[in-house]
Design a protein around this ligand. Sequence first.
Ligand SMILES: Cc1ncc(C[n+]2csc(CCOP(=O)(O)OP(=O)(O)O)c2C)c(N)n1
Ligand SMILES: [K+]
Length: 471
Amino acid sequence: MASWFLQRSRIFFSTHQHSKPFFLLPFLNNTSSSFSRPRTLPHKNSPTLFSFSRHESTKADAQLELEHDFTQDHTNQEIDFPGGKVGFTSEMRFISMSASKRVPCYRVLDDNGELVKDSNYVQVSKEMGVKMYSDMVTLQTMDNIFHEVQRQGRISFYVTQMGEEAVNIASAAALAPDDIILPQYREPGVLLWRGFTLQQFVHQCFGNTHDLGKGRQMPIHYGSNQHNYFTISSPIATQLPQAVGAAYSLKMDGKSACAVTYCGDGGTSEGDFHAGMNFAAVMDAPVIFICRNNGWAISTPVEEQFRSDGVVVKGKAYGIWGIRVDGNDALAVYSAVHTAREIAIREKRPVLIEALTYRVGHHSTSDDSTKYRAIDEIEYWKMRRNPVSRFKRWVEKNGWWSDKEELELRSSIRKQLLHAIEVAEKAQKPPLEDMFNDVYDKLPPNLEEQERLLRKSIKKHPKDYPSDVPL
Ligand SMILES: Cc1ncc(C[n+]2csc(CCOP(=O)(O)OP(=O)(O)O)c2C)c(N)n1
Ligand SMILES: [K+]
């Protein structure tokens, strides 16, 4: 079952590769930030490995035993319980809540874009590397312009991905077009990677007649059947159990594809996260859960979100493979997702990826994050740990990218976006009837009644309704 992978993969199971485990600095070192309160984790040696918990005899199982370090009864007696044999012990010992050291974070590039010595990763071609970098820049530019456009009152709402460009683009790059994406809302880079055009993004944010969702959703709630990208729904974490269902259907159809779903650290506190993880484990569903642990769920910091060592350890409790990866290192994200996809499809099992990153922007245009977090903390992540400039240094060092190309790309994306905005702003809004159609073949009486009342109200108070919606 899993043994092929244990033998092959050095990404997950090599203990010597991280001779110096890499922890995100502000978590532990920078005492001035609210990110930083060091957790007092109880005693015990930390395993550098974390793994799944099936009952085949594998190296990973041996490691698990070491990790628990229970003295087994010398009688060697065990209880033959459904699910596997359990040895007896006369020691009354509670399992500690967390290992004393945090699960290390897999990275390939250091903060200066230099390959870390002895790092093992999945190589990317020049073409792939350049597209990854270009799409990260495109996403960044899109965020800057859309944010401004919202501030000018031309769209009602926006959410940026600033600081999370690598998780967005590098995870998408490691997948195949047939893989089904069930996003949260901070992953439009996946859709961008798959070829959703800038004009399509803009049409959606303006909610005009060209928007695939016909203006029924708030801005940024993209969706595209053609791109295997489920339409975003605001309620947090609903996509997670849905992704398991999608993955299970892929497995039943014998497809060589997986479902990939995203959530934030906040999302892991929803019941749906836990239902989804357990459901995936017991159904052996080929699904990859990518959690963008970006430090904040609106104003809730991670230390108020959970007491565990982040998110990756939760997978283990459900019997799911997992890895913690530096979410600001595009090469590490790419390698981890690429490998996770192989496990998911070949082994028909779920994988959890915790990407440590940081939400550099406000939660949304309805938020001012300086009210609850230090500006120094934001600046640190924006400047010192910027995923776009880190990856840029790597592509430049490879001789794949120049200043001239940088200038041309940025100015071309900007021009395309400004043009797309002009077009979208002039386009008609969808007609009023679009609020009610497309769900039922024949409108049920309650919706008919709602439409009638709405039309009556618009007639009576025309100034309170937008004038550009065709009635
Ligand atoms: C079920 C539910 N509860 C609350 C909200 C309000 N809400 C919207 S985004 C958000 C924070 C989510 O944070 P996280 O999952 O960490 O994602 P991030 O915004 O950091 O990317 C909350 C509480 C919601 N949309 N749905
Ligand atoms: K959702």
